[in-house]
Design a protein around this ligand. Structure first.
Ligand code: ZN
Length: 87
């Protein structure tokens, strides 16, 4: 096992937990759902301001500052409400 890989994996897990925590704290901003972070997604209020999906920043950039900046541009919504917003 390489030390570098395991460090990256740990960072990724920590950042994913961090994002999930925020999702549950905010809950769906349309219906209030806040049970499972897997069902909560980030919706870019202004798609033009999108850098990339928060999950992509977690796995590719691994940078908490970029994650926070991206979350600022988003609404937290559940899968169902997200589907309606995208229509
Ligand atoms: Zn909802």
């Amino acid at each position: 096992m390489t030390a570098m890989m395991s460090k990256w994996a740990r960072t990724r897990h920590r950042l994913r937990d961090y994002v999930n925590q925020i999702k549950v704290e905010r809950g769906c901003e349309r219906c209030g759902y806040n049970k499972n972070p897997r069902n909560l997604q980030w919706h870019h209020v202004l798609p033009k301001t999108k850098y990339k999906a928060v999950a992509e920043i977690v796995s590719e950039d691994r940078c908490i500052k970029k994650i926070n900046a991206e979350i600022e541009k988003c609404m937290c919504v559940c899968k169902m409400c997200h589907g309606m917003l995208e229509m």
